[in-house]
Design a binder for this molecule. Sequence first.
Ligand code: GLU
Ligand code: ZN
Length: 290
Amino acid sequence: MPAYLGRFAPSPSGPLHFGSLLAAVGSYLRARHLGGQWLVRMEDLDPPREVAGAADTILHQLEAYGLQWDGSVRYQSQQSDRYDEVLAQLLEQQLSYYCDCSRKRIKQAGGLYDGHCLPRQLEQGAIRMVNHPAIAHFDDQLLGPIHTSTEFAAEDFILKRRDGLYAYQLAVVVDDHDQGITEVVRGNDLLEPTVRQLSLYRTLGWQAPTWLHLPLAINPDGNKLSKQNHAPALHPTDISHTMAQALALLGQPLPTDLRLAPVAEQLDYAVAHFRLASIPTARQLAAPSR
Ligand code: GLU
Ligand code: ZN
C-alpha cells in the first residue's frame, strides 16, 4: 500500500467560503489522521471564470485556518504540455475523437452527446473520450455503493473544449495520477462525475484512487453555498468559531473548552479524534447562520 496522499483542489474563482472550508477540513483531517500527506492544487484552468488574486487569497485563507499543506502548490495552468501529451496519446490510439457539434445539436439530440462525430474522422474541434464500456458504479468510502444513470455514465464526454480549454475531467485525472493521490476527498457535488474519471483511469491504464464524498453545505433557501450563489468569504478573524462550526457539521465536534481555542489546537484534537463513520451521510447539511 502506498502511503496516504490526499489533496484539496480549489478553483480560484473567488475566495473560500464555508462550503469550501468543509471540503478542505474534511480532506485535511482524513489525510492527517492516517499519517498521510495533504497537497493543495489550484485548478486554474478556466481563465474567464478566474478572479484576479483569488488563488493567493485562498492560500492565505488556508494558512489562517491552520490548514498547512505539504510540498509546493501545483497550478493546473502550468500543466498544459502534460495534458496535450495525454490527449495526443488518446487520439493516436483512437480512444478519443474530434467533435464539431454545436450545443444546440446536442440539446436537440436529448442533452447527452450521442457519439455523432465518432465515425466522422474530423481533424479539429473539441476532443471527446470514447467512453466504452461505460462505468456506472463505484464504491464511496463514506456513502457506500454509488450508481449513476447509465446514459450519463456512457456519454462520450469532453476532454478539451472547442475554445481550447482543457476539461476538468481530463485535468483532474492527469494531476491526481501524476501527483500520486491515493484518495480523493471532496464535496458530493462531484459524486456523479466520478464515474467519468474512473472511465478515464481505466482507458489510460492507471490505478484509480479511492473516493470519499463529503456532505454539501446549503443555504436556508436550499441552494448550495457556492461562489455563483455569492456565498460570503470565510470570516477573516472569527476563525476558531468558524472552524468549530465546520468540525461540528462534519460530525467531529470539539469539546466545549476548545470551541474558541487557537485553530492549531482545534485541528490537533480533530485529527487525533477523527472518525470517518461520524461524518453525516446526508447529501446536504444546513450551513450555520453564523
Ligand atoms: N476544482 C474543483 C472545485 O473547486 C474540485 C475538484 C476536485 O476536488 O476534484 O469544485
Ligand atoms: Zn460531434
